[in-house]
Design a protein around this ligand. Structure first.
Ligand code: ATP
Length: 513
């Protein structure tokens, strides 16, 4: 645990030091759970967004993208259920005055049982060595089975109490489990209350006529209310999808995991409209497609897992999370939800407008079912960034800090150095920058010894360093160094563009899916 926390601290510090993520309004001591993306962070975020957009919109001829407004008519949120049901159960510790999500307290407690099960598995792995059959052990070891059954029983009970809105029993459950406040260590809890997560604001100048609005807590509703408009103007035939990326706002209570849980964040969502009865097929297919998208970035298959929901939201008939192995353990990165016809039916009812589709093949009209894929851009950023940050042992007591971002997402693709600041080398290096910058984000750097410049770019995540030396003046060649292997090769200046393109072009990465 201490090691995990350590790694997480390093991630946060590195993100600041190398111009990726700053705390919002830091000069005023910051704003809790709000962050700004800095010069490198903005580029990385843009590249992730583009990688998603290309794969979802550009490469699917039946998916189109829109950009709906953050403000929406307030009835939207009545229809979607957010006004009545978008809330978290909260509990305060009377001694520390800290506020927690009651469900998270119980879930964290249950997770400790999983940690115990994992310990048993690790112990056995050591004992049996090569002959160890993990699946067999997990399925038969009495201790592992006991821990997991206990964990499941806790989660089942929690799910039932929340579903039945028995908040006083949730409090009793927390007391029964002996859960203490991590800050004060006391078990002196208030009652559990529901707290709506939407931020309210007002539209209009005068107090009497102003209209109460919400900042959208998800981008999905902007797609549902535009369903008929897009279907007609785009002459879309079912099955088809509408995608968008954009900001969403939630007044999160437990917000202490850097950009994992923010109050202002960005979502990348796609709602896929299908014939009723076919939703299960599409749900399975989108789970598979989305996992392939993640795997195409090469962050390691072992770092992803599905978590199928047993307790479903009011609108869903199936739901699964793609969880990622963050520095603080496996947590939700993306949700894939089979949302039935709940949203379109609800908007039809509240707006009085028909939101149906005439299916020419069946010769009938129906309300389409929806399968959605919903990923947090900031969480994806954290997944990529934390996984890429590595401390490498180079032997002889030497180490280097390297940010092994997938080259396709790296903010800067290449740094170009003159070996020395004289003899015409800077001019050649600057000309290379001038030529490459039409296609790639590149930078020029002449400060410090070359070794130090390499280390700086390694830590910043730049996949290539190109060095101009005296030989370059004679034969138009330079050395190109790869961040991950540190291998250096002598190549012709005119080949640079093709070499970089081969490694950073989205086409090469996405075609692996
Ligand atoms: P969680 O259970 O972690 O609160 P959620 O199930 O409420 O997440 P969804 O409503 O399904 O999340 O939103 C879809 C995606 O949006 C999530 O998978 C996550 O990547 C992202 N997301 C949700 N809330 C936040 C947040 N506060 N900060 C950053 N990303 C978020």
């Amino acid at each position: 645990m201490a090691k995990q926390e350590d790694q997480f601290k390093k991630v946060v510090a590195h993100a600041k030091e190398y111009g990726y993520v700053f705390q919002s309004s830091e000069i005023y001591d910051g704003l809790s759970a709000v962050y700004d993306y800095a010069q490198n962070g903005a580029e990385l975020k843009k590249n992730i967004r583009e990688y998603w957009w290309k794969s979802m919109v550009q490469l699917h001829d039946n998916i189109v993208g829109i950009d709906a407004a953050i403000f929406m008519h307030p009835t939207t949120w009545k229809a979607s259920g957010h006004v009545d049901a978008f809330s978290d159960p909260l509990i305060d510790n009377k001694d520390s005055k800290k506020r927690y999500r009651a469900d998270v307290l119980v879930e964290d407690f249950a997770e400790k049982l999983e940690t115990k099960a994992q310990k048993e598995i690790k112990k056995a792995e050591k004992r049996f060595g090569e002959a160890f059959d993990k699946a067999e052990f997990e399925a038969t070891n009495p201790k592992v089975l006991k821990y997991r059954a206990e964990k499941q029983a806790l989660l089942d009970k929690l799910g039932k109490l929340l579903e039945e809105e028995k908040l006083d029993e949730v409090k009793a459950f927390i007391e029964e489990l002996g859960i203490a406040c991590p800050v004060s260590g006391s078990k002196n809890w208030t009652d559990v209350r529901q707290f709506n997560l939407m931020f309210g604001t007002k539209l209009g100048a005068s107090a009497e006529t102003a209209m109460d609005l919400y900042l959208r807590p998800e981008t999905a509703q902007g797609i549902f209310v535009n369903f008929a408009n897009v279907q007609k103007t785009g002459r879309m035939k079912i099955p088809f999808g509408i995608a968008q990326t954009g900001k969403a706002f939630r007044n999160e209570i437990v917000a202490r995991q850097f950009i994992f849980r923010m109050r202002e964040f960005e979502q990348m969502e796609m709602q896929f409209f299908v014939r009723p009865g076919t939703q299960k097929e599409w749900y399975d297919q989108w789970k598979e497609t989305r996992l392939k998208w993640h795997l195409s970035l090469g962050l390691g298959e072992e770092n992803y897992r599905f978590h199928d929901h047993e307790k479903l939201a009011h609108y869903a008939d199936a739901a699964s999370d793609i969880e990622f192995n963050f520095p603080f353990g496996f947590k939700e990165l993306e949700g894939i939800h089979s949302r039935t016809d709940f949203d379109l039916k609800a908007h039809e009812k509240f707006s009085g407008k028909k939101l149906q589709y005439f299916d020419p093949e069946l010769n009938e009209s129906y309300t389409p079912y929806v399968v959605e894929t919903s990923i947090g851009l900031d969480r994806m950023f954290l997944a990529v960034f934390s996984n890429s940050l590595q401390e490498e042992d180079l032997g002889d007591g030497k180490t280097r800090t390297v940010l092994k971002l997938p080259a396709v997402l790296a903010p800067t693709k290449a740094a170009i150095f003159p070996l020395v600041k004289k003899d015409g080398l800077p001019e050649v290096a600057k000309q290379i920058v001038a030529d490459l910058k039409w296609d790639f984000n590149v930078i020029y750097d002449e400060k410090d010894a070359v070794g130090k410049r390499y280390r700086r770019q390694d830590a910043a995540g730049t996949p290539f360093c190109i060095t101009v030396d005296h030989q370059s003046l004679e034969d138009n060649t330079v050395t190109i160094r790869h961040r991950d292997t540190m291998e250096q090769k002598r190549v012709k200046i005119e080949e640079l563009s093709a070499i970089i393109d081969q490694e950073v072009n989205m086409k090469h990465w996405l075609s692996k899916m």
